[in-house]
Design a protein around this ligand. Structure first.
Ligand code: VGL
Ligand code: ZN
Length: 201
């Protein structure tokens, strides 16, 4: 049965977040088959794609003297510095080749502004600049969203919290996510999602 008022939001299932990628999430590729199986059940399927210009400000390589996974201060708040990843047009930015991208109606790209990162599918890391996804979902009468993808403790969690704040009934399918788990980030993300009323199942 297709759930007409439900959207499946597939976060960043891209080569750089899978084994062999530059910001590989352990077992990141093992969720692909399960996500594909879920897609036909949803009236709306949206993919997100982390899509950075070369030299993006979230890359440690753009900050002399700072290493990947250090935290720096940006005008919009603290920012983890990452290895170069998901550079526009590269193989690393492409979706995992097993992902059934044909079943998605929309692809939201994010992180394309050089001076601001974007974990969430809804807002950039200033928590103010919208991607347009909320309006897209409302226009299609979506009331409930289910999130899957990478990484649970960054882009999935930030997207889930914004979805709930935007008034969508929000579920995260934990079995169809994997985490980076940097300095307790997974525990923090689970706590924050719980407090936001998100169902993590
Ligand atoms: C992500 C770090 C940097 C993610 C994206 O998809 O969780 N994490 N860019
Ligand atoms: Zn990124």
């Amino acid at each position: 049965m297709t759930h007409q008022n439900q959207a499946l939001i597939v976060i960043d299932v891209q080569n750089d977040f899978c084994p062999g990628g530059s910001l590989a999430v352990s077992e990141g590729d093992q969720i692909v088959a399960g996500i594909n199986a879920l897609m036909p059940q949803y009236g709306t399927v949206v993919l997100t794609q982390d899509w950075h210009p070369a030299g993006h400000s979230s890359f440690a390589s753009s900050h002399a003297g700072l290493d990947p996974f250090a935290v720096t201060q940006m005008p919009y708040g603290p920012q983890v510095l990452w290895p170069d990843h998901c550079v526009q047009g590269t193989k690393g930015a492409a979706f995992h080749q097993g992902l059934e991208t044909d079943l998605a109606q929309n692809i939201i790209r994010k992180g394309f502004r050089r001076h601001i990162d974007s974990y969430s599918a809804f807002f950039e890391n200033d928590h103010a600049t919208p991607t347009g996804l909320a309006g897209y979902l409302r226009t299609r009468d979506v009331t409930q969203v289910t999130l899957v993808g990478l990484a649970l403790d960054y882009c999935v969690a930030f997207s889930a919290v914004d979805a709930a704040t935007q008034g969508f009934e929000t579920t995260v399918r934990r079995d169809l996510t994997r985490a980076i788990d940097l300095d307790g980030s997974l525990d923090t993300a689970l706590k924050t999602m719980n407090e936001a009323g998100i169902k993590v199942v």
